[in-house]
Design a protein around this ligand. Structure first.
Ligand code: BGC
Length: 340
């Protein structure tokens, strides 16, 4: 073999080896669906968990994240917070799939609907062997290990009872709910309906979906007021609904004769309660849900027994109760300790 041929031969082999390593590297990346930060951080923590939410930048979910991160810090866990930028069921499901494919130790997410979430959760638990804890919304018919969050039926029931008390049993009600397919929304509406069912003076006139969007909620509220001027009460069943209803009611100058009950205690909700536009709201404990889900997952890793359902508590608050709000648990009484 001549010198030139030898060099060309060596270069050829070298080139071949480099291409191979690129192919292996990128091929691996494609097939494992690495979550963005997963690789570098996994060595530093005891376990690697992922919290997949319905809408990442939603202030309600940021509180769940805050609680989860606090627990992750305490227990030395790597926690990733991921999900669609704007609520989108397909993206939500895909993100859960990606978390499973990147072989994390545990996944926390909502069990939003039985139809789409149950088969996926079952696949993650049974095929990948990754435990799933549902947070905020449950799919009781799945193989999720546990649920932590509001008792959504009871929360809806409390909303109904509050509306009866505050309107003295006389109201034409319009409901704006997150999604017709979502388990917790269905329960919040059902609980409400059951609470008012024997009260003759209360009628549900309309029910619409907001798709967890402020704009859609406002559009629906506007449309309802155009089509049903007799409506004098609104019930908003997800965090942004009440806020959007309040905007439209103000715009239409109906604040005086309109009763509004919403969900959650986001800063805008509180501001509206202070102004007297939102009359009451159902408190949830998102911080505690996040914190508790990580704590439970750690206990599970350590083979400890964990309860299959943990309800984080709920109550209705009005203007007079605002001074009791805790910034993290949003609505828990001052004396309730934050979990540690
Ligand atoms: C619900 C969440 C939902 C959020 C939307 C809350 O009341 O519990 O599931 O994502 O509202 O803004």
């Amino acid at each position: 073999m001549g010198r030139l041929t030898k060099t060309a031969y060596t270069l050829g082999i070298l080139f071949f080896l480099i291409s191979c390593s690129f192919a292996v590297f990128y091929g691996h990346k494609i097939f494992t669906h690495d979550l963005p930060k997963a690789k570098k951080i996994v060595e530093k923590g005891r376990y690697h968990f992922v919290l997949v939410t319905e809408e990442m930048d939603n202030e309600y979910w940021r509180l769940v994240e805050k609680g989860a991160k606090a627990a992750a810090k305490k227990y030395g866990v790597i926690l990733e917070y991921v999900g669609p930028k704007q609520a989108n069921i397909d993206e939500h499901l895909k993100t859960i799939e990606m978390a499973a494919a990147s072989k994390v130790d545990g996944i926390m997410t909502q069990g939003l609907s039985n139809k789409q979430f149950t088969p996926l959760i079952n696949h993650v638990v049974l095929s990948y062997g990754i435990p799933v804890i549902t947070v905020d919304t449950d799919t009781t018919n799945s193989h999720r290990i546990a649920y932590i969050g509001t008792d959504n039926y009871h929360a809806g029931y409390l909303a109904g009872k509050a509306l009866i008390a505050d309107t003295k049993g006389k109201a034409n009600v319009a409901i704006i709910t997150g999604n017709f397919y979502a388990n917790h929304m269905i329960q919040r509406v059902q609980g409400f309906k059951d609470a008012i069912k024997n009260v003759k003076g209360i009628h549900i006139v309309a029910i619409e979906e907001s798709h967890i969007s402020r704009i859609r909620a406002a559009e629906k509220a506007y449309q309802i007021l155009q089509e049903h001027p007799e409506v004098n009460a609104f019930y908003g069943t997800s965090a942004l609904d009440g806020i959007s209803i309040a905007k439209v009611v103000e715009l239409k100058k109906r604040e005086k004769d309109m009763y509004i009950i919403g969900f959650d205690v986001l800063p805008e909700t509180i501001a509206n309660i202070r102004k007297g536009i939102i009359n009451a709201t159902v408190v949830q404990h998102p911080y505690e849900m996040g914190y508790g889900s990580v704590k439970m997952m750690v206990e599970l890793m350590e083979k400890k027994h964990i309860p299959s359902i943990v309800h984080t508590g709920t109550q209705v608050i009005r203007k007079k109760d605002l001074s009791d709000l805790h910034p993290n648990r949003m609505g828990a009484g001052k004396n309730n300790a934050i979990p540690n």
